[in-house]
Design a protein around this ligand. Structure first.
Ligand code: NAP
Ligand code: GLV
Length: 310
């Protein structure tokens, strides 16, 4: 069996090849980048593969994304319409995402930015904590990662509400679904965490009208994709103080250009797309297990519905 790894970073390509070879001893794993000759392979694994891969490599039976999101694969074009596209499911990302989001929510609830300001000013003053019952935390997208985030925050005792396309049932989480339920969901979000995939239906969803439905002084956390948000509308809501702040891990353009206003905005916290990184060894174990299932003719989970885009 031949497995091609198409990742833009050479060290990551090499790491994937080593881990997959260790998991599937009979297989030949080899790296590929644009400009390389192709040949024949049974499976491809990669990130932003580009149309050239699919023109160069023949015989593919499935493509595995090295991320949970697949916009990087679908957005590049060239993926044959009948080639199964399989994404990572958790593979160590759910815990990272739950920790990242909990950190942001707990920091806000406990007013740590104000205490840090008080420290700079040598002020010793206890602040009134917000009423917990009124501190609604919304998680938009209740899939593998969103459900883990919502469940973790509910475990801390926050009133958590979640929103998804189809109905979900998660212990301790008030679940909303469908477009008609969106205004009611947003109205109760003191903090809104975006955990949606980037698809034709979600691109640009978070615009001025959307943000205006959040309570005044709400806080946005985007750990999903930058393309969900109209950045100028977000900046306007932050400038006016309508939104208290935003923690942004993902952006329309990455790396975030050095002149972008988000970098220095007093109400914005920026991280460089690290909310949940791909753990290669754990992910390779998951991909190898699915390849073994496919070889036995068994169905696998994580198959992307191309008509929905996730
Ligand atoms: P997932 O399991 O596919 O879950 C997606 C969720 O979004 C589902 O609950 C789905 O609803 C909901 N959804 C999709 N389209 C919707 C729409 N139009 N309206 C309302 N709900 C919609 O995905 P995941 O594994 O949780 O990952 C989510 C995203 O996180 C990825 O796509 C990726 O973009 C992002 N991510 C970011 C990082 C990072 O480091 N920043 C790391 C990993 C992943 P249903 O339940 O009805 O299907
Ligand atoms: C990272 O952003 C992923 O989709 O896994």
């Amino acid at each position: 069996m031949r497995i091609v790894v198409a990742h833009p970073d050479a060290a990551t390509r090499q790491q994937w090849c080593s881990e997959i070879s260790a998991q599937l001893p009979g297989a030949t794993a080899f790296g590929w980048q644009p400009g390389d000759s192709g040949g024949v392979a049974d499976y491809a694994i990669g990130w932003r593969p580009g149309a050239e891969l699919f023109a160069a490599v023949r015989g593919l039976r499935a493509f595995f994304s090295t991320g949970a999101g697949v916009d990087n694969v679908l957005g590049q074009g060239g993926l044959p319409a009948d080639l199964p596209l399989i994404r990572l499911e958790d593979a160590g990302m759910a815990q990272q995402m739950a920790e990242y989001c909990s950190y942001e929510v707990i920091r806000l609830y406990h007013q740590r930015a104000r205490y840090e300001q008080q420290q700079r000013e040598h002020i010793w003053r206890e602040l009134e904590p917000p009423a917990r019952a009124g501190f609604g935390v919304g998680v938009m997208g209740l899939g593998v990662l969103g459900a883990a985030v919502a469940g973790t925050l509910a475990g801390f005792g926050y009133p958590v509400r979640g929103y998804s396309r189809s109905p979900r049932d998660i212990a301790g989480v008030t679940c909303f679904s469908g477009a008609a339920a969106l205004p009611g969901f947003l109205a109760g979000c003191r903090v809104l965490i975006l955990m949606l995939p980037l698809t034709p239906a979600t691109t640009g969803l978070v615009d001025g009208d959307f943000l205006a439905r959040l309570p005044r002084g709400a806080y946005l956390v985007n750990v999903a994709r930058g393309g969900l948000v109209i950045e100028d509308d977000l900046l306007a809501a932050l400038d006016s103080g309508r939104l208290a702040g935003a923690t942004l891990d993902v952006f329309g353009q990455e790396p975030l250009p050095s002149g972008h206003r988000f970098w220095d905005h007093p109400r914005v916290r920026v991280t460089p797309h690290i909310a949940a990184i791909t753990l290669v060894a754990e992910s390779a174990r998951q991909v190898a297990a699915k390849i073994r299932q496919l070889e036995l003719g068994e169905p696998v989970t994580g198959l992307v519905d191309r008509s929905r885009g996730y």
